[in-house]
Structure formats: C-alpha cells, structure tokens
Ligand binder design. Sequence first.
Ligand code: DD3
Length: 330
Amino acid sequence: MANAAAKREAISAESDAFSQETKRTKTDHEKGQEDGKESQCENILAGFKTSSVLSDSAREKIMFIHGEIADQDAVVVLEKTPFREETLTELLRGSTLKLEMKNDIYSSYRLQAPPHLNEIKTTVVYPATEKHVKKHQRQESFLVEETGEDYRSITLPYIEKQSLSLQWVYNILEKKAEAQRIVFEDPDPEVGFVLLPDLKWDQKQVDDLYLISITHQKGVKSLRDLTSEHLPLLQNILRKGQDAILQRYNLPASKLRVYLHYQPSYYHLHVHFTKLGYEAPGCGVERAHLLSDVIQNLQSDPRFYETRTLHFPLRADDGLLAKFKEAGRL
Ligand code: DD3
C-alpha cells in the first residue's frame, strides 16, 4: 500500500498530541505509562487458574476464558492482532523459519517471530461478575420486537433494577483513567463529549479503527431517551468526532461508520466510530443505528425513539429476554 508512510505518521502523531495534555495530578500508574509508554507490569495472569473456555473463534483468532485470580472470578480475552505493513521487513528478516513441507513450487513453514512482533492483545476483567462471565459465553440469540410501551413496562424497569456500574465511564469523563488516551474532548456539559479508542482497539493499525465518544451529559441512557432536544448534542458528536478522526488518523468521514447500539452494553449515551470495511462486533443491522439516520429521524419526529417499535437481539441467557417471555411478547 502506498499510503503506509501516511498511516505510520497518523498513528505516531498521536503521541505528540498526548504531550499537550493539561497539567493535573497523576497516579504512579499513569506516570509509568507515559514515561515508558510500553511500561512493564506485574503479571497478574501468572496465578490465573482456568475454569473454562467461554467461547473462541479460529477465524477471528480470539478466545474468551473464565478463570480465577486469587480466588476471585476473572475473564481474560486473548486475541491475535493484524499484521502491520511497517513491521514486515523486520518480521521477515528477523525470524526463524521451520520447514513444514515442500512440494514442487509449494512450501509451508512455521515462522518464529521476534517476541516484540508476536504480541497478543489481552483484556482482563477482574474481579468479574457473573454478568461478565455470561456476556462472553457463546449463546444463541433471539430477535425481540420492542414497542414504546414494551420499553416503559418491560425494558426500563429491568435496566433500572440492574443498576450496572458506570464507574469506568465516569473515570474517563473525570480523567481518572485513560486520560492520556483521549483523542478529542469538547468539555461543554450539555453538548460535550470525550472521544477515545475503544478497549477493543490496540491502535496499532487504522484498519480496525474503533473509537467511542462518551457524552458529558449524564442520565441519557440510550437511543430510547433521545428526543429533538438532543439534536445539538448528536450533531456536535458527529461533526467534531469526524473532524478529530480526520486530523488524527487521516480518515475522512466517508470511511467511517458512526452509530449507536440498541440495546447498548452500558446505559450512558455513547457513539461508536469504526472504520468502514472493518466488521466490528455489533455493527450489523439488528443492533447498529447510524447516527446520521438517528439525527434525521429526530428532525422529522421529535419523539421518534420514544414511540417507534425497535428490534434488537438478546442472548438466550439474558434476563431481559426472560422478561419479554413472561410478558408474552415472545
Ligand atoms: C466492557 C463495555 C465495557 C468487559 C469488557 C468491556 N472502552 C469498557 C472499561 C474501560 C471500555 C471501553 C465491559 C470497559 Cl472487555 C466488560 O468497555 C473501557 N475503556 N469499551 C474504553 N476505552
């Protein structure tokens, strides 16, 4: 690809922007991350005791594992990452080749890469709740039809009773975590938001770009809460989010999929930005609502998302699915 250099530049431009970060008190952990950027840490997985493989995919080269760390539940996600064009030369030169077979003009090998080119993206949830464990278990799913009335009588009471922790979201908004990862912020309390890489993205290549914008405004749970009053907020996120991604990653709006999930995985309004062509989990029609469609729907009907029937998939073991069954809606 001819734009490899541009890509490389786009990714490394990041660190420059980070240095302009505002002054504030930092935790030792954060300081360590900034100095080395590649800071080593104690291996909390050394004492990991595997209970079961929750799910895996040979094609996606990912595995979700349930286990225990110091007698507490943990979920570990291991994922092999895409190849990077800028490290190819080093990979091919610096590796050891083991011949597997040779036949005519065809031969196959096992290539042993230098450790730094053979990293595995690892996500740890610890201590994990039963919800975390269930969420990553392979499950059949069912499409649910939710009327405005179903939302008020079934879904809303269910999500209110769940009261899932949004601590990690507030940590981001208050710069108590991930502050050095912020790509863009509009601090306005009404229409402002924080744009940063999603946990799923390792930021090593733009091919699988995945950012989220989290609104400063609290109390907007999901798409269902949106009315025409939120148009300035939504338009602001779309325009400034696209702008920031063009500046930082050199990707124009025409290469971005900007959308909301319904149901979302956490009930604090956020918008997903993924690269077109990258099939991000949850970008299918049964869950994703393009932000520009959402804006137009609210422009033609201020109460669109309060009144419309919305469809979404629920996993077999989801408590909300049981509620829809109890109500005879499935
Ligand atoms: C989550 C949805 C939530 C397990 C896992 C992920 N982006 C996050 C904490 C910090 C983050 C995210 C819940 C949790 Cl693997 C349970 O996602 C996060 N930070 N999506 C960022 N940047």
